[in-house]
Design a protein around this ligand. Structure first.
Ligand code: NAP
Length: 445
C-alpha cells in the first residue's frame, strides 16, 4: 500500500480498536485501491477514502424482551448506516450470538461496494443483534423482533434505510419486524423492509436470489476458460438460505453437489444432495444437519469437521466470515480445485485468497458473487414503489442479467487496471469509483 493509504489505514485501526473483521474488510479494499490513487487525485483532495471509512451514523440500542418462562432477557441491537451516496442505506440484519459492532461494520462496509456494483440506487448499511433465534419458540422470536423494531423504526424508512435478512433472519423474522413497524407507524410502507412474504409485498426469487446469483457468477467465471459447472463436483458450506439455493441452482447447471454443512458438522452425499430433504430438515423442522444423514442412506455425517476437508472442483462458501482458511485453500488447490465463488460475506481469509489466486484458481469475492440477493431486494423495492408484482420468470431473468453484468463489470475493470482475471480488484475498484464520484458531486457532507 502507498504511504497515504497506510496512514488512512492506521487512522481506521486507531479509531476502531478491537474490530478485527472490520479492519480486515478495509485492508482488503485498500490493497486493491493502491492502483487508482495516482489516477484520481480529486478523490484524495476531497478525502473520499477517509470519509468512506467512517459510517454516516451508528446506532446501538437495548432490546429487552420476555422469554417463555417469564424471565426478562436483554440483547443489544445495532444498525450501522454506512454510506448513502448512491441511495438509501440498504443491507440485512443478522441475529447471531457472535454479532458485535465490529462485525456489523465489516458487513456494512462491504455492502457499500457490493450495492454499487449492482448498478441499482442503493447505499450501504447493516444491522443485527447478539440474539440467538436457535432453540427459541416462535413466540419468543416474535417478542424479540417487536422489541427490536420498537427502537429501529425511528431510524428506517423507504427513502432512508431499508433493512433485509441475513444470518438468523428469514421471512418469519421479517414478518414480525414488518408487523411491528406497521403497527407503530400506522403506515403500510412496503418499501421499508425487503425479504417480505409474497402475500404482503415480497418479491418472487428474493429467497433464492443470493444462492442463485452466486452460482450464476461461478458459471460466468468458468465460461471465461471455456468451462462450465456441468459435471463438476461441488462443495457448499452452510445449509441456510444462501447454501440451499446455491445447491439447487448448481444442480440445474448439471453439477454434482456432494457436501454441505452447519455449525455442528458436515454431510457428504456422493449420490448428490437431495435439496428437498435438506430444506425439510433445516428450514421446516429447524433441525441439525446430522438429521439429513440419519434419513438418507447415501449420506455420511462428520461431526465438528470442516466441509473443506472434502475434495472438490468448485467450492461455494455460503456460511460465515473467515471459514475458508489458508490450509483449506492450499490443500484443495493441489487436489483439483478450479473455482471458488463466495456466497457468504468474506468467508475466505486474506491468506486463502492470496493462495487461490496464485494457484490460478478462479476466485469470485462475495461483494460480486453474492450481490444477487441485494439486487433482488432492489427489484422488490421497485415492485413496491409501482404497486406491482412480477412473475418468477421475469424476476429471475432480471437477476441473471444483473449477475452477468456484475461479472462483466469486474472483469473489465480488472483488465483496465492491468490485472486480468482478478475479480477482487475488479469488484473493489469498480464499486469504489461509483461511490467516490457520487460523494465528490455532493461536496463535503
Ligand atoms: P442462514 O440462513 O442463517 O444460514 C447460515 C448457515 O451458516 C447455517 O447453515 C449456519 O449453521 C451456518 N453457520 C453460521 N455461522 C456459522 C459458523 N460460525 N460456523 C459454521 N457454520 C455457520 O444465513 P444466510 O442468509 O444463508 O447467510 C449466509 C451467509 O451469506 C452470511 O455470510 C451472509 O452474510 C451472507 N449473505 C446472505 C444474503 C441473504 O440474502 N440471505 C445475501 C448476501 C450475503 P446453523 O444452522 O448451525 O446455524
Amino acid at each position: 500500500m502507498s504511504d497515504r493509504l497506510e496512514a488512512i489505514y492506521s487512522q481506521v485501526l486507531n479509531r476502531n480498536p478491537g474490530e478485527a473483521v472490520f479492519h480486515q474488510a478495509v485492508r482488503e479494499v485498500f490493497d486493491s485501491l493502491k492502483l487508482i490513487v495516482g489516477r484520481h487525485p480529486e478523490f484524495e483532495e476531497a478525502s473520499i477514502l477517509e470519509r468512506l471509512c467512517e459510517p454516516e451514523r451508528q446506532i446501538i440500542f437495548r432490546v429487552p424482551w420476555v422469554d417463555d418462562q417469564g424471565a426478562v432477557q436483554i440483547n443489544r441491537g445495532f444498525r450501522v448506516e454506512f454510506n448513502s451516496a448512491l441511495g438509501p442505506y440498504k443491507g440485512g440484519l443478522r441475529f447471531h450470538p457472535s454479532v458485535n459492532l465490529g462485525i456489523v461494520k465489516f458487513l456494512g462496509f462491504e455492502q457499500i461496494f457490493k450495492n454499487a456494483l449492482t448498478g441499482m440506487p442503493i447505499g450501504g448499511g447493516k444491522g443485527g443483534s447478539d440474539f440467538d433465534p436457535r432453540g427459541r419458540s416462535d413466540g419468543e422470536v416474535m417478542r424479540f423482533c417487536q422489541s427490536f423494531m420498537t427502537e429501529l423504526f425511528r431510524h428506517i424508512g423507504e427513502y432512508t434505510d431499508v433493512p433485509a435478512g441475513d444470518i438468523g433472519v428469514g421471512t418469519r423474522e421479517i414478518g414480525y419486524l414488518f408487523g411491528q413497524y406497521k403497527r407503530i407507524t400506522n403506515r403500510y410502507e412496503s418499501g421499508v423492509l425487503t425479504g417480505k412474504g409474497i402475500a404482503w409485498g415480497g418479491s418472487l426469487v428474493r429467497t433464492e436470489a443470493t444462492g442463485f446469483g452466486t452460482v450464476l457468477f461461478a458459471e460466468e467465471m468458468l465460461k471465461t476458460r471455456g468451462d462450465s459447472l456441468d459435471g463438476k463436483r461441488v462443495t457448499v458450506s452452510g445449509s441456510g438460505n444462501v447454501a440451499t439455493y446455491a445447491i439447487a441452482k448448481a444442480q440445474t447447471f448439471g453439477a454434482r453437489v456432494i457436501a454441505c454443512s452447519d455449525s455442528s458438522g458436515y454431510i457428504v452425499d456422493e449420490a448428490g444432495i437431495d435439496v428437498e430433504l435438506l430444506s425439510q430438515v433445516k428450514h421446516v423442522e429447524r433441525a441439525r444437519i446430522s438429521e439429513y444423514a440419519r434419513r438418507r442412506q447415501s449420506a455420511d455425517y462428520v461431526e465438528y469437521g470442516s466441509v473443506w476437508d472434502v475434495d472438490t472442483q468448485v467450492a461455494l462458501p455460503c456460511a460465515t466470515q473467515n471459514e475458508f482458511d489458508a490450509d483449506a485453500a492450499e490443500r484443495l488447490a493441489k487436489n483439483g480445485l478450479i473455482a471458488v465463488a463466495e456466497g457468504a460475506n468474506m468467508p475466505a481469509t486474506p491468506k486463502a485468497v492470496e493462495l487461490l489466486q496464485s494457484a490460478g484458481v478462479l476466485f469470485g469475492p462475495g461483494k460480486a458473487a453474492n450481490a444477487g440477493g441485494v439486487a433482488t431486494s432492489a427489484l422488490e423495492m421497485q415492485q413496491n414503489a409501482s404497486r406491482d408484482a412480477w412473475d418468477f420468470g421475469h424476476t429471475e431473468q432480471r437477476l441473471t442479467e444483473i449477475m452477468v453484468g456484475i461479472h462483466e463489470r469486474c472483469a473489465a475493470t480488472a483488465e483496465e487496471y492491468g490485472a486480468p482475471g482478478n475479480y477482487v480488484l475488479g469488484a473493489n475498484v469498480s464499486g469504489f469509483v461509483s461511490v467516490a464520484e457520487a460523494m465528490l458531486a455532493f461536496g463535503v457532507v
